[in-house]
Design a protein around this ligand. Structure first.
Ligand SMILES: Cc1cc2nc3c(=O)[nH]c(=O)nc-3n(C[C@H](O)[C@H](O)[C@H](O)COP(=O)(O)OP(=O)(O)OC[C@H]3O[C@@H](n4cnc5c(N)ncnc54)[C@H](O)[C@@H]3O)c2cc1C
Length: 370
């Protein structure tokens, strides 16, 4: 067990930090760049440097590089606030899903564009009445010949207004138990019957959307993995979604800038600073365990809970250092306003604590109220 990154990894991280800093300076907002920092141009730059699909097999067009190399690159890029959002969902989640569950034809069709930085993807899981409980989703896909006809509505679909594709979960067997009747599709967001409506969040940003689906046709060969078998696949995707470095460094650049100017000789700030510095290192070790494939199933619930609560502590710390300035509209107040989202998206902390209690600690379920 050696926690020290070797010289080559440190050098790669330094290179990515420089690239990320330069790109972030061209953006209006640096925080939460993996979610709201969209830039087709920067995706092409990432591709040019071989930083998309870095760890995917060379035979599939990927870089064949190590998970640690990808880790240091994205810790640096997102930590600096580089606009990686256009490619992030595909790189983090959709590509690995296609590699695991897609057919060779599907991999040949979609992976090259992801690796080239020329396609943007969104994730169509949540619905107005199905967020924490994905199994209750109602968007319906009905088979007609060699197509599926899809009707329903998704919500909070990040990046959908600018994306080309949506990784959609829909109910394909209405008579099966809720968990058993769901399937996954690649939906062309420009297909007739698809309407995306951006939603403005509390900070005035509109990165997530409602996606309305009215008689949308999806070809049968866009079904990914097992028919009615989505639930198992989703659980695997959640591990990619919850255990990564993006959940720790969303507001890292803000923190570093605030710390640079903070009066750290104030004993109250010193305590807080020490707590955050320890918190970052613990979070980083948790993520590294995921990255190295050493985390047991379900562990990403712990990683995400720790890391996103850490990000909220960062936002609060920056607010305390800013004092009355946090009452005007600036980076600090924007982050304070945005930070409740950290422990909602990707599974709320309450749900993750249930997973930790039941799956990791093996605690008995709470008896139903009488
Ligand atoms: C910034 C942001 C980006 C997002 N991007 C996407 C995206 O790209 N694609 C996508 O599909 N979704 C996305 N989401 C949606 C996100 O996954 C859901 O908001 C989340 O899963 C919670 O679902 P919900 O909002 O329906 O809340 P609900 O499930 O209605 O929960 C409401 C409250 O009840 C609590 N609760 C619910 N059930 C339980 C339980 N069994 N035990 C204890 N407490 C419970 C929850 O913790 C929460 O506090 C995004 C959300 C945000 C904030």
């Amino acid at each position: 067990m050696d926690f020290e990154l070797d010289a080559a990894l440190r050098q790669l991280g330094d290179e990515a930090r420089e690239v990320g800093r330069a790109a972030a300076q061209r953006c209006e907002i640096q925080e939460d760049s993996w979610l709201i920092g969209t830039s087709r141009e920067f995706s092409l730059e990432l591709a040019g440097r071989g930083w998309l699909g870095m760890t995917w097999p060379v035979a599939d067009g990927g870089g064949g590089r190590s998970p640690l190399e990808r880790f240091v690159v994205f810790e640096a890029l997102i930590g600096e606030g580089a606009p990686v959002a256009t490619s992030w969902f595909a790189d983090r989640q959709i590509g690995p899903t296609l590699l695991q569950y897609g057919t060779p034809e599907q991999q040949a069709r979609w992976l090259p564009d992801i690796i080239a930085g020329t396609s943007a993807w969104s994730i169509g899981m949540s619905e107005p009445d199905a967020g924490s409980d994905v199994a209750s989703l109602r968007t319906r896909a009905e088979r007609r010949g060699d197509r599926w006809i899809v009707d329903g509505q998704k919500v909070w679909t990040s990046g959908a207004a600018d994306a080309d594709w949506c990784y959609l979960i829909a109910r394909t067997d209405p008579d099966a138990p809720p968990h058993a009747g769901l399937s996954e599709f690649v939906l062309d967001l420009h297909a007739p019957g698809v309407e995306t409506r951006p939603i403005v969040d509390a900070t005035g940003n509109a990165h997530f959307c409602e996606v309305h689906l009215d008689g949308v046709e999806i070809p049968d060969d866009h079904l990914v993995g097992t028919l009615h078998g989505s639930f198992k696949q989703v659980m695997r995707q959640m591990e990619h979604e919850r255990g990564g470095i993006d959940r720790l460094v969303s507001n890292r650049r803000l923190y570093l800038d605030v710390v640079d100017a903070a009066p750290l000789d104030d004993p109250r700030l010193r305590q807080e600073f020490a707590r955050l510095e320890s918190g970052y290192r613990i979070g980083r070790h948790l993520v590294l365990r995921e990255v190295l494939g050493q985390a047991p199933p379900g562990w990403s619930a712990i990683t995400k809970t720790w890391c996103t609560e850490f990000e909220q502590h960062v936002a609060e710390f920056c607010g305390r250092v800013a004092g009355a300035d946090a009452l005007t509209w600036n980076r600090v107040s924007r982050n304070l306003c945005y930070s409740p989202a950290y422990t909602i998206m990707g599974g709320t902390t309450s749900i993750l604590r249930n997973i930790i209690g039941e799956r990791i600690l093996g605690l008995p379920r709470e008896p139903a109220a009488r």
